[in-house]
Design a protein around this ligand. Structure first.
Ligand SMILES: [Zn+2]
Length: 483
C-alpha cells in the first residue's frame, strides 16, 4: 500500500464521530480496495446521506483533507444465518452427553436453554453478538428468529416482543438487518405434533402472517428487511408452506425466504420415507424456489439436486463452523459452483463469530475432502481469500434482500478496513493482506475499522458498545444458567 497517503492508527485524526452522527464525512480514500471486479488502487468512495455509495472511483487523487483508510478496504460481509440466542450457550455443549453425540443431542440442550429465555435476555445476548459480528467483519445479519412465545408457550401481550428485542439490538449496534420470523408447526414429517421443547416456537400460518404485518412498519423504520423462514420441511407441512409463502408475497413480492434444508442425513431419510423424495428435491418440486430463497445448509444433496437447486437461483446458505461443530457433513462446494450456484456464509449457532473463519473453515473442509489446495480460487481470482470474499458478499446480499453487495454505486457503504499494522499483514501487497487476514491472523483481529451505511461502528478493532454490551451479555447468561 501507499504509505505516504495512509495514516497509521496512531496519527489518524478519526474525524468521524461515533457512531456516525452529525458532521460525518461522506468520503473515504483507500490506497487499495476490493471492488466487485477485483483489487483496485487509489479508490475514492463517496456516499450520500442514506449511506448509499454514489461514486466508486479508482485511480483517483485523494482530495485535500479526505479521510484516508489505514489499510486495504474490503466489502462488509453479510451474515446470512443467525439464531442470536444460541451465542449464550456456545461452549456449553462441548462435553459428552450420549455415546454418540450428534446434532440431535445438541438440540436437546438447546431446547432446555431456550425454555428460560426472556425478552431482556434476548436483547442483551443479541446486542453483544451483533457488536461481536461487526468487530469480526460482518456488516449485516439475517436473523432466523424462531422463539416467539413466553416460557409457557403463550403469545406475549405483544406477540412481536422477541422479534422487537432483536430489532432494537440491531439498531443499537448499527448492524444491517434482515428479520426472518420462523414458521414452526410440527415435530417431524407427516404432521407429527410439536413436542414440549417446541412450544415457544409454534404458531399457525394465520398468526405468522399477522406477525409479519405487525413487524413491517418497525422494520421499514430502521431500514431492516422483513422476510420469512419456514423452519424446515420437518416443521412445516406442505399446505402451511404454500399458504405462508403466498401470504408473504401479498405483503412483499420480493421478500427473502429462508429454510433449513437437508442438514442431517436422518432428515433426508425421514423425508424419503414420508414422501419418496429427498428434501431439496421435494422443495424444488413443490415450492416456487427462486432467487428470493436461501437454502440453509443443503449439506446432503445428490448430483441432480446440486444442479437444479443451483439453477433455481436460490442461495446456498453455508455455515461451515456450525456444520463442523454439529458434525453435519460437508457441502460439495465445487459441484455447487460448477452449476453457477450462488452462496454465502452464516454463523448460525455462533460457535464462532468471525467472517474470515467461516471462509477458512469452508476452504479447509474442501481441501480435506478433495486432498487439494486453493479449491475456492478461480482462473479469474487466483487468490482464494479474494475469490471467496467477493462471492460470499454477493450471495449474502442476495439472501439478505438488501443492497449490500459490495463496493459499487447503488450499494450500501458497508466496508471493513484491514489493520495494515497487524504483524500478520504488515508490508504485504493488499491481496496477500486479505489472505493473511483469512488464513494467518487468527485469535488476534486484523480488522481496524468497520463501517455500515457510511457510519464507522468499529474503530481500532472495537465497537463503541463493546464493554457495556459484554457485561450485559455475561449477566444475562449467568442468570439463564442459574435459574
Ligand atoms: Zn439454523
Amino acid at each position: 500500500m501507499n504509505t505516504t497517503t495512509a495514516l497509521s492508527k496512531a496519527d489518524s485524526p478519526r474525524p468521524n464521530p461515533l457512531p456516525g452522527g452529525e458532521g460525518a464525512r461522506q468520503t473515504l480514500f483507500a490506497a487499495d480496495a476490493l471492488l466487485p471486479a477485483g483489487w483496485a488502487k487509489n479508490v475514492l468512495l463517496t456516499w450520500n446521506d442514506a449511506g448509499q455509495l454514489t461514486q466508486v472511483q479508482s485511480a483517483a487523487q485523494s482530495p485535500a483533507g479526505a479521510q484516508v483508510a489505514t489499510g486495504p478496504v474490503i466489502p462488509g460481509m453479510p451474515n446470512l444465518h443467525s439464531h442470536a440466542f444460541q451465542r449464550a450457550f456456545a461452549g456449553l455443549t462441548e462435553h459428552r452427553a450420549e455415546q454418540h453425540d450428534s446434532f440431535w443431542s445438541w438440540r436437546t440442550l438447546m431446547y432446555r436453554f431456550a425454555a428460560r429465555l426472556g425478552p431482556q435476555h434476548m436483547e442483551a445476548i443479541a446486542t453483544w453478538l451483533y457488536a461481536e459480528m461487526l468487530e469480526a467483519g460482518y456488516t449485516s445479519v439475517c436473523e432466523f428468529q424462531y422463539v416467539h412465545h413466553d416460557a409457557d408457550g403463550r403469545p406475549y401481550a405483544d406477540d412481536a416482543t422477541l422479534s422487537l428485542a432483536l430489532l432494537r439490538a440491531a439498531q443499537k449496534t448499527g448492524i444491517g438487518f434482515t428479520l426472518l420470523p420462523v414458521l414452526y408447526q410440527t415435530s417431524g414429517f407427516g404432521d407429527q405434533p410439536p413436542n414440549e421443547g417446541q412450544r415457544r416456537f409454534v404458531r399457525s400460518t394465520e398468526s405468522m402472517l399477522r406477525l409479519l404485518e405487525a413487524l413491517k412498519p418497525a422494520c421499514d423504520a430502521q431500514g431492516a428487511r422483513l422476510g420469512m423462514a419456514p423452519h424446515s420441511l420437518r416443521a412445516v407441512p406442505p399446505e402451511a408452506l404454500r399458504d405462508a409463502v403466498a401470504g408473504l408475497e401479498a405483503i412483499d413480492r420480493t421478500a427473502p425466504i429462508h429454510i433449513h434444508i437437508a442438514e442431517q442425513t436422518k432428515e433426508v431419510d425421514d423425508c424419503i420415507e414420508w414422501s419418496g423424495l429427498r428434501p431439496v428435491e421435494w422443495l424444488l418440486d413443490h415450492a416456487p424456489v427462486d432467487a428470493r430463497w436461501c437454502l440453509v445448509h443443503a449439506t446432503h444433496m445428490n448430483d441432480a439436486e446440486y444442479e437444479y437447486a443451483a439453477k433455481s437461483g436460490a442461495v446456498a446458505g453455508l455455515c461451515p463452523t456450525t456444520e463442523a461443530n454439529l458434525g453435519d457433513g460437508i457441502f460439495d462446494f465445487s459441484k455447487w459452483r460448477s452449476h453457477g450456484g450462488a452462496w454465502g456464509v452464516g454463523s448460525d449457532s455462533h460457535a464462532s463469530v468471525n467472517a474470515a473463519e467461516e471462509l477458512l473453515m469452508l476452504e479447509y473442509s474442501q481441501r480435506l475432502a478433495k486432498r487439494q489446495r486453493n479449491v475456492g480460487a478461480s482462473a479469474a481470482q487466483p487468490h482464494v481469500a479474494t475469490a471467496l470474499t467477493l462471492e460470499a458478499v454477493q450471495g449474502g446480499a442476495q439472501a439478505s434482500g438488501r443492497a449490500v453487495g459490495g463496493l459499487a454505486v447503488g450499494q450500501q457503504a458497508d466496508f471493513v478496513v484491514l489493520d495494515a499494522a497487524h504483524v500478520a499483514l504488515q508490508g504485504l501487497p493488499a491481496p496477500d493482506m486479505l489472505s493473511a487476514h483469512v488464513f494467518a491472523s487468527h485469535r488476534t483481529s486484523a480488522i481496524d475499522a468497520v463501517w455500515v451505511a457510511g457510519r464507522e461502528r468499529v474503530s481500532a478493532g472495537r465497537h463503541t458498545l463493546h464493554d457495556e454490551s459484554a457485561s450485559a451479555f455475561v449477566a444475562a447468561r449467568t442468570q439463564l444458567l442459574k435459574d
